[in-house]
Write a protein that binds this ligand. Structure first.
Ligand code: THU
Length: 137
């Protein structure tokens, strides 16, 4: 699985976003070390705080199927008026970074893409310095 392929999968997942309130759709594709890909989109709710991010949708799908070893996550997002290439790099919110930190030592790669040809990448540890983990307890 290449980074470009993972971004394309995230773009597909973005199409399923349920975003009647923000009109801001996000798609994520999470690659496990075993080679499986779990997708996610953001899912909003009329009770706004119940909204779920694309990243955590993908993470919870993976964990609920027994997959906790993550290699890489790719994500794309932007206003619905930008259905293809987006004008910005979307990075995981703080809650999603912390959720990844529950399962990963910080070495996994996070790819924030405008398109399959235009992306930035960094590790979870770079994105969440001094992260709080189960070992912190
Ligand atoms: N959102 C995500 O899905 N992932 C992020 O990393 C940031 C924000 C969603 C939540 C909400 O549906 C919309 O984007 C606007 O905040």
């Amino acid at each position: 699985m290449t980074k470009k392929e993972l971004i394309e999968i995230a773009k597909e997942a973005r199409k399923m976003a349920y975003v009647p309130y923000s009109n801001f759709s996000v798609g994520a594709a999470l690659l496990t070390k075993s080679g499986k890909v779990y997708t996610g989109c953001n899912i909003e709710n009329s009770s706004y705080p119940l909204t779920m991010c694309a990243e955590r949708t993908a993470i919870f799908k993976a964990v609920s199927e027994g997959e906790r070893d993550f290699e890489m996550i790719a994500e794309v997002g932007g206003p619905m008026t930008e259905p293809d290439a987006t004008s910005r790099y979307i990075s995981p919110c703080g809650a999603c970074r912390q959720t990844l930190a529950e399962y990963n030592d910080g070495s996994m790669t996070i790819i924030c893409a405008k398109s399959a040809d235009d992306y930035v990448e960094m590790t979870l540890a770079e994105m969440l310095p001094m992260m709080f983990t189960p070992e912190s307890l």
